[in-house]
Design a protein around this ligand. Structure first.
Ligand code: GDP
Ligand code: MG
Length: 439
């Protein structure tokens, strides 16, 4: 897949002390192929490669100590830039309700996303959403919206299938005003292909309700076609943003990379599963590092090996076995980990770990820095034997490391819990040896 291919292309650069223009050219050729194979639009690829090459061949990179790493960073930056530099947000109306018109082909995931967005807006922005059933061509469509609305307890406004979509949308706004709904989401009909009737109807609804947002829902699995679809809808409706659904599937990812570059309209949300809670705000930088870095087990192993040699591992095992793992060892462990790169990036590389969950977990690397500062403010005796750390020592350590006494207390408590865990680990017979065998 795209991640693996890009990883392979960049890996050759990674270890190199000196990178020549020829090396860069070779890698760029591989990256280009990987992107094209992943269905990224040709023109987008061409510009992308141009930008990366220009920056990569720059004297700074070639003469720097870690040219390979720098080029990887450039690729990462440029990927993020392709998808828009900042995370785009929903524009709320100055005077409620905010009106969102959903558009897209049949099966793209509009109806599902309407409900997802309603749940999201209620939870994150305290909104009182109203869902509006304007897909009048299939009776089942109205029913479907009612079903998903019910699942998350969001009201659905519908007038059956005998009234025009424009009339329903207009009546829904009246209803919203009288019922205190400050966020109105209009579900519309899709067709299998873009056709004039569909576009005309959407234009009519747009003219009637003057929406704050027109979101185009695109199935990430449509590949190259996604770009054409986005261009056609944008030309007629002037959309305000894109929702990329089914990003959880085994997609080639090209659609997400091309849409912003071609239409100029940002991806605002991603659908990442069939459940109504499977919605994410779209962050270009996170998507870029996901494309470059997720599941890259090989590079994790590389990093881990470089940072942690066998001898250290044996020493650590011995310490744990003899219950003599102290705060100084803890500090050394943390520093080892840091050598491997940002913690979040490392966790994502562990097979079976859900990269999205980690992005959402908001892991605070600064907390690790704080722990490090606190331990460094301790004397060696204190590190070896934390029980001597009394109130006045705590005050000294806190002041020395620029923290509060409560931070010191928290660290000591956590360390104590960790020691307890390690004791169980080495005492119960199910020790490190068993774990090691599995490797
Ligand atoms: P609509 O025709 O555009 O209204 O599309 P629907 O909302 O009815 O969705 C079509 C199908 O795609 C349904 O089976 C949904 O469960 C599925 N679907 C929608 N969004 C996602 C998503 O983000 N991930 C996955 N895996 N399936 C999705
Ligand atoms: Mg639908």
């Amino acid at each position: 897949n795209l991640s693996e291919k890009l990883g392979a292309a960049l890996k050759k650069l990674k270890g190199k002390g000196v990178v020549t223009e020829k090396d860069i050219k070779e890698s760029m050729r591989e990256i280009k192929l990987a992107l094209l194979e992943a269905d990224v639009n040709y023109k987008v690829v061409k510009d992308f490669i141009g930008n990366v090459s220009e920056r990569a061949v720059g004297a700074d990179v070639l003469e720097s100590l870690t040219p390979g790493q720098q080029i990887i960073k450039i690729v990462n930056d440029e990927l993020a830039k392709l998808m828009g530099s900042d995370s785009a947000r929903i524009e709320f109306a100055k005077k409620p309700p905010t009106i969102v018109l959903m558009a897209g082909l049949q099966g793209a995931g509009k109806t599902t996303f309407c409900a997802k967005l309603a749940g999201f807006m209620r939870k994150k922005h305290n909104k009182r959403p109203l869902l509006v059933a304007c897909d009048i061509y299939r009776p089942a469509a109205v029913k479907q919206l009612e079903v998903v609305g019910k699942q998350i307890d969001i009201p659905v406004f519908q007038m059956g299938t005998q009234v025009s979509a424009v009339s329903i949308a207009t009546a829904a706004l009246e209803h919203a005003k009288h019922h205190g709904n400050d966020f109105v989401i209009i579900d519309t009909a899709g067709r299998l292909h873009i056709d004039d009737d569909l576009m005309q109807e959407l234009e009519d609804i747009k003219a009637a309700v003057n929406p704050d947002e027109i979101l185009l829902v695109i199935d990430a699995m449509t590949g190259q076609d996604a770009v054409n679809i986005a261009e056609s809808f944008n030309a007629r409706l002037e959309i305000s943003g894109v929702v990329m659904t089914k990003l959880d599937g085994d997609t080639r990812g090209g659609a997400a990379l091309s849409v912003k570059a071609v239409t100029g309209k940002p991806i605002k949300f991603a659908g990442v599963g069939e459940k109504l809670s499977d919605i994410e705000e779209f962050h270009p930088d996170r998507m870029a590092s996901r494309i470059l870095g997720s599941g890259d087990v090989l590079s994790l192993i590389e990093k881990a090996q470089a940072a942690f040699d066998e001898k250290d591992a044996a020493k650590l095992e011995d310490k744990i076995r003899h219950n003599s793992f102290n705060l100084d060892d803890f500090l050394a462990q943390m520093q080892q980990m840091k050598k491997m790169g940002p913690l979040t990036q490392i966790m994502k590389m562990i097979p079976g770990v859900n990269a999205k969950a980690i992005d959402n977990a908001d892991i605070d690397e600064r907390k690790l820095d704080r722990v490090e500062a606190i331990i460094k403010s301790m004397t060696m005796r204190e590190r070896e034997n934390p029980s001597i750390i009394n109130a006045s020592r705590k005050r000294r350590i806190a002041a020395g490391s620029g923290n509060n006494v409560s931070d010191v207390n928290l660290l000591l408590k956590q360390f104590e819990q960790m020691q307890q865990m390690m004791k169980q680990f080495s005492g119960g017979g199910l020790g490190m040896r068993k774990l090691k065998k599995k490797k």
